[in-house]
Write a protein that binds this ligand. Structure first.
Ligand SMILES: NC(=O)c1ccc[n+]([C@@H]2O[C@H](COP(=O)([O-])OP(=O)(O)OC[C@H]3O[C@@H](n4cnc5c(N)ncnc54)[C@H](O)[C@@H]3O)[C@@H](O)[C@H]2O)c1
Length: 410
């Protein structure tokens, strides 16, 4: 790398020539995927960098740049990890480095604009959950993908879908090896204390995007949908039982699937005995996943119905070599899709499913109605805001709250 200087605007500039082989849709055959990390906080440093580094060891990737608002931190991060270019400005990085892949690891309200900027620069995107704040944002991002030209695409990080356990169970259910799925439970019962919600951006629609349905339960709901396929209707409740938040701190929902299967969902941050669980009762067996933040083969159990032949049970319980759910497992598939010029899993309609269910969950809870799949589109208040403007749930405008307080009699 050549000289690095730091101009007064805080942007870190490196004087490397723009790589000639790195336009967005250029073939990747015979070379590494050139990746950039946006946001070097907990998940950028703790999960994206290690996954990219592991694939770098295998000759698949190289991290060419990192971007963060904090110039000193990103400079130190790049120096520590052998990343040649540090930036505080995303557009500048995209223009100068022309990466093939951009990992977006920033807070959710930035995901839409940063994803669109990267797609327009020809880069594929791997964006952290929750994907974007609303379905309108998601559709705007999807419109920027190169769907007719083999990319670039934007894939959402839903690492629980990946790994040997979910792959095996998805296949068993898809092939109806266990018979029809009938009843399911999807549980994200976690615990977050008052100090957690004392951080100003948490618990607010504008900055956190939603409550535990959006921020915490999204992983389990996404996996449930990945295993069971499309849902058709939802009825839900939301509550603020403990924390002083704008959003909910607990929600429950009943969901019917197109297949006829029925499920219960609980998303809580009020549960001292923390667990993430999915249980699916099929005609011939119950499949259960019990874990907290990630799973391996040992986290899955399969309990047969009476009379199941031993050979069937042995086949169902053979999960193969253990590949834990992880960012690495998803990134491997994403890089393979990039090389093939194919839409990656967890992008487009396949990446939208959990956001649509969560939006419907909030609409059902706040309007006390049953919400059907596909009904929330342009013109629906929940299409552009997860609180839907619902009284008692939508943020109270500052002026209105001041006026209201003036009206209170002494
Ligand atoms: N997949 C998972 O299991 C998982 C786990 C934790 C967090 N996440 C998600 O990852 C995302 C980031 O969460 P986190 O916990 O790493 O947050 P964090 O606060 O630790 O890190 C965010 C980083 O983004 C940087 N940043 C903010 N604005 C920026 C901008 N405009 N340009 C560049 N950088 C900017 C911040 O300086 C910070 O370094 C969130 O969407 C979160 O929900 C996912």
């Amino acid at each position: 790398m050549a000289n690095v200087r730091r101009p007064s605007d805080g942007v870190l500039i490196t004087f490397m020539p723009t790589p000639s082989n790195a336009s967005g849709n250029a073939p990747l055959a015979g070379r590494r995927v050139r990746a950039a990390i946006i946001g070097i906080g907990a998940i950028g440093a703790g999960s994206h960098l290690p996954a990219l580094a592991r694939l770098a060891e295998e000759g698949e990737t190289e991290v060419v740049a990192a971007v963060d608002l904090d110039g000193d931190a990103v400079k130190a991060f790049c120096a520590e990890n052998g990343i040649p270019h540090a930036y505080t400005d995303l557009d500048r990085m995209l223009a100068e480095q022309r990466p093939d892949l951009v990992s977006i690891c920033t807070p959710p309200t930035l995901h839409r604009d940063q994803t669109v900027a990267a797609l327009r620069a020809g880069a594929w995107v791997w964006c952290e959950k929750p994907p974007v704040p609303t379905l309108a944002d998601f559709d705007a991002v999807e419109a920027e993908e190169g769907a007719e030209t083999g990319g670039p695409y934007a894939s959402i990080v839903f690492q629980h879908r990946f790994g040997s356990g979910s792959n095996h169970v998805r296949r068993l259910i898809a092939e109806q090896a266990l018979g029809r799925p009938l009843v399911a439970h999807c549980q994200t019962t976690w615990y977050r204390d008052t100090a957690y919600y004392a951080v100003p951006w948490r618990g607010r629609w504008q900055t956190e995007g939603g409550g535990p349905a959006m921020g915490h339960g999204i992983h389990q709901m996404d996996l449930l949908l990945d295993l069971l396929g499309p849902w058709s209707e939802v009825r839900a409740m939301a509550g603020r039982l403990v924390h002083d938040v704008e959003t909910e701190d607990v929600s429950t929902a009943l969901v019917r699937f197109e297949s006829g299967a029925m499920a219960t969902i609980v998303n809580s941050v009020l549960s001292p005995d923390e667990v993430s669980r999915i249980r699916i009762d099929c005609e011939r067996a119950t499949v259960e996943l019990t874990h907290l933040y990630g799973h391996s083969n040992d986290n899955w159990t399969i309990t047969p119905a009476p009379g199941t032949p031993d050979a069937d049970l042995a086949a169902w319980r053979d999960f193969g070599a253990d590949v834990p759910s992880s960012h690495l497992a998803q990134l491997r598939e994403l890089v393979a899709s990039m090389r093939a010029g194919e839409r990656p899993r967890s992008s487009g309609p396949d990446g939208r499913t959990s956001l649509e269910l969560i939006t419907a969950l909030y609409k059902s809870a706040f309007t006390d109605t049953t919400v059907r799949a596909g009904e929330i589109g342009p013109g629906d208040p929940y299409y552009t805001a997860l609180h839907g403007g619902a009284p008692g749930w939508a943020p109270v405008p500052a002026q209105a709250s001041a006026a209201a307080s003036e009206e209170i009699p002494a």
